[in-house]
Structures are given as C-alpha cells and as structure tokens.
Design a protein. Structure first.
Length: 240
C-alpha cells in the first residue's frame, strides 16, 4: 500500500510511520514541519519511507502537497498532524485570533488534503482515511484544551461525513481517539500532573504511542465494512 501520514516525523506520527514501515509491502510517505533531522533519520532507517516538507501554517506548502497525492497514488491517508499546543490557556482568556489561527493552521489544511485524497480515491474506486482525534471528545476535556478539542470535534464530524458520502466508491473513513500520551505535543504538562494521571489510571500506566500505532495499522488493513467507526483508546473510562 501507498500510505501518506501527515506529521509523521515526531511523536505519535513517528511511531505510526515506523510501525507501518515495518511491512515491506508498504510505501510510506510522511510530512514534517520542523523535524527535518528526525525525518531524514527515519528515511535512512527504512528504505520504504520518504519524507515531504509541509508546514501546515504555510498555505503555499499545503498547496504544493495536494497534487502529490495523485502522483504518489496513495491508498491510505492518515490525518495526524497538529501544529500548536495541547494545553494552552482557559477558554475565556484565549484571544479570538488565536482560535482563528489554530483552525487555519490545523483543520483547514486537513480539509484540503482530505479533499484531494477523496478525489483521487474516487477515481481509483477505493481508499481509506484514518483521522487521529482525542478521547477528550468523550472524557472530560483537560483544563486549557478548548481550542485543541474544538478542532478535533470539527474533524470528528467530518469523519462521519466522509464515511457516508464515499462508501459507494469503496472509500472508508474511520478515526482513532487516544487518551493522554507523553509526546512532544504534551511535553509542557507538569510531571506532577502526569504522576497523578498514572496513579488514577485503571491500568496504572498511560497509553503509549506504540499502542495507538498498532490500532492505526489495523485500520489500514481492515475490511471496507468497517466505516464511520471511532476506536476509543481510554481503558473504558467514560464510555460513550
């Protein structure tokens, strides 16, 4: 399979890239923004990977990426990239222009890329879209995450629309909603808070990026009958 992963050079994205690259039948294309050094290391480690510079905050770079979706003849799109912070500030303290920039730098590029992918998949009469969301859409959102969760909620709705509008073209759209993980996105979270989360966790340990990557890998190979599904990885806490 030809697979495109957005934000595939660091954090969860890096783990997804490496997990899928272990299958020699896969050709992995992944975007990066600031993690060029790590992107090159991944290319050296796995012969079936290729990195693409794409900064979501630069509209021109997003536009350049769009025609490559057809050129690379992708079979699977994994929407993973997120530029910004997980925990920022309280909703009432956040500036309106910051909400606007968060949406412009994250949700709009994902929409553009997915539109191009769907157009390509419709011509092929097959394709898979996998979108990384968050368990905060089901659980109580952590304080200070209003913008992050709002952007994920917007994508959550789109995931369902993509699923219903495109299944007759053999195109599926599913999502994965992980609970808190220790990645570069959550690096600013205080260690004492992390210790408290581990202590209160039913398994006494936090979710790992490897566990999420295994779930994503499953969806790349899953039956087309699995469509419009969100896989919630939160140990059964606050089940929807």
């Amino acid at each position: 399979m030809n697979i495109l992963i957005t934000g595939g050079a660091s954090g969860l994205g890096e783990s997804i890239t490496k997990t899928l690259a272990q299958d020699s039948n896969n050709s992995i294309f992944f975007t990066y923004s600031k993690s060029e050094e790590n992107a090159k290391k991944i290319e050296l480690e796995f012969d079936n990977t290729s990195c693409i510079k794409c900064d979501f905050s630069d509209p021109d770079e997003v536009i350049i990426l769009l025609p490559k979706i057809k050129e690379l003849d992708i079979d699977v799109l994994i929407n993973n990239a997120y530029a910004g912070s997980f925990i920022d500030t309280y909703f009432h303290k956040k500036k309106i222009e910051d909400f606007e920039s968060d949406f412009r730098n994250n949700t709009l590029p994902t929409i553009q890329i997915t539109q191009s992918a769907i157009s390509h998949f419709r011509r092929k009469k097959r394709g898979k879209i996998i979108t990384i969301l968050t368990s905060a859409l089901t659980n109580t959102p952590p304080l200070g995450t209003s913008s992050y969760v709002a952007n994920k909620a917007y994508l959550q709705s789109l995931v369902k629309s993509w699923a219903s509008e495109n299944i007759k073209f053999n195109i599926t759209s599913n999502s994965v909603s992980p609970s808190f993980m220790q990645t570069s996105l959550t690096a600013d979270v205080d260690e004492r808070i992390i210790e408290q989360m581990e202590s209160n966790h039913p398994l006494k340990k936090l979710l790992t990026v490897e566990e999420v990557s295994e779930t994503v890998s499953y969806l790349t190979k899953a039956s087309q009958h699995i469509n419009g599904v969100d896989i919630l990885l939160n140990s059964g806490e606050n089940i929807a």
